[in-house]
Design a protein around this ligand. Sequence first.
Ligand SMILES: Cc1cc2nc3c(=O)[nH]c(=O)nc-3n(C[C@H](O)[C@H](O)[C@H](O)COP(=O)(O)OP(=O)(O)OC[C@H]3O[C@@H](n4cnc5c(N)ncnc54)[C@H](O)[C@@H]3O)c2cc1C
Length: 455
Amino acid sequence: MCYDVIIIGAGPGGIFSAYELVQNNPGMKIAVFEAGHALSKRRCPIDGDKVKSCIGCKSCSIMSGFGGAGAFSDGKYNITNDFGGTLYEYIGKQKALELMRYVDEINMRYGGEGTKLYSTAGTRFKTVCIQNDLHLLDASVRHLGTDINYVVLENLYAYLKDKVEFFFDTPVQSVDVLEEGYRIHTAGDAYDCKNCIISVGRSGSKWMEKICKDLDIPTRSNRVDIGVRVELPAAVFAHLTDELYESKIVYRTRQYEDLVRTFCMNPKGAVVNENTNGIITVNGHSYEDPAKQTDNTNFALLVAKHFSEPFKDSNGYGESIAKLSNMLGGGVIVQRFGDLIRGHRSTPSRIAEAFVTPTLSATPGDLSLVLPKRILDGIIEMIYALDKVAPGTANDDTLLYGVEVKFYNMEVEVDDQLQSRHKGLYIIGDGSGITHSLSHASASGVHVARSISAN
Ligand SMILES: Cc1cc2nc3c(=O)[nH]c(=O)nc-3n(C[C@H](O)[C@H](O)[C@H](O)COP(=O)(O)OP(=O)(O)OC[C@H]3O[C@@H](n4cnc5c(N)ncnc54)[C@H](O)[C@@H]3O)c2cc1C
């Protein structure tokens, strides 16, 4: 079987490259290989009743399948170069923003119309933050919400399914470089193509490392972000979230001068488990539909760590910390802020008596036994700093879930077309280590599709 383009991975990067290829080249022969299920078959078995925590499915429906890691996400498309990836370093700031806006237009056309676009432009909170030693980053954020994000994916699939050949539950095992083009191998078959786009996301990080070794593609170690997910009554952050929806706030700790930042804010949302290569960490999302909203807001507080010499394995460091929390808690640990400050382990009764009701069933425990002192000290310092702009953040009953780890793939060497040293082999999205968000991953997909169309 020979295709013009084979796309490996059907996350936002893969979907938007397929979309743009179809738009620019009607009749082009395109195949998408996806390790996970079709969108309609993606279902995480955790129901909070019979299945309370992760059972380690062969293909994790949260991370894999049509829509990628973003399918059940909050659908926050941040249009900014300030965070979410470094795509602008390859294609320029203006182009990166243009592509993110283009992706936003498509999302609006495919079911997202009517959703709100928030912006930090002109907000008075910037001043309030600076006055309290906190820094609000600039962004426009389109909040689709988990429910509308799903509708957009359904519509994009309906549009693509007759124009592109989809192979679900079909992980690609290896890629060979041919004299002209590429051959990909699945469990039982082999397929050839002229151009190959690899967009395997974070769940494909180990596979990506192997492919880079096999094909002699240079890589660089990336950072890892480690921290906790904070959950508190929605009223505490309502003045910020009502205006901005999500605020990315950075704080430099006095003790170590480390940067701690808020990440992935989910007003009236829920805390969820995340499974990366069998390690259970924590994440969060929220719904646009008021009927599905909760009384709590959650967000992550993260500290970035980057190792280079002599130890290079930043992800390995993050994995070890997450494994420790899995070992002590059987999964994610939850602790009241008051218990953490007083050096107590949280117990089921202390959690049950708290005024904040957890939205995730996690094991009450002690995060100080898991997180390195430097990271934990930074997080505690930031909670007190946030308390000045959002009084109530440092309340005893504020819940901390750990650990939250943001793994980044090692950065793959590509040129300004996101093409590797092999002509026609493109590496995009979170799998390239260049992006780590829905908007940047999608924009990288549009960018390669246009490069292929122009060649
Ligand atoms: C719970 C959660 C909430 C999030 N919320 C947000 C948010 O609100 N805003 C935001 O900007 N970002 C969010 N993110 C991050 C966002 O989802 C990712 O940045 C984005 O999905 C990256 O897109 P991608 O296409 O590069 O990779 P992915 O979405 O990870 O897709 C890669 C796909 O490749 C497949 N794959 C992997 N290996 C192979 C292989 N060997 N063969 C075939 N297929 C393979 C995987 O199954 C997967 O479906 C969230 C992530 C999670 C997990």
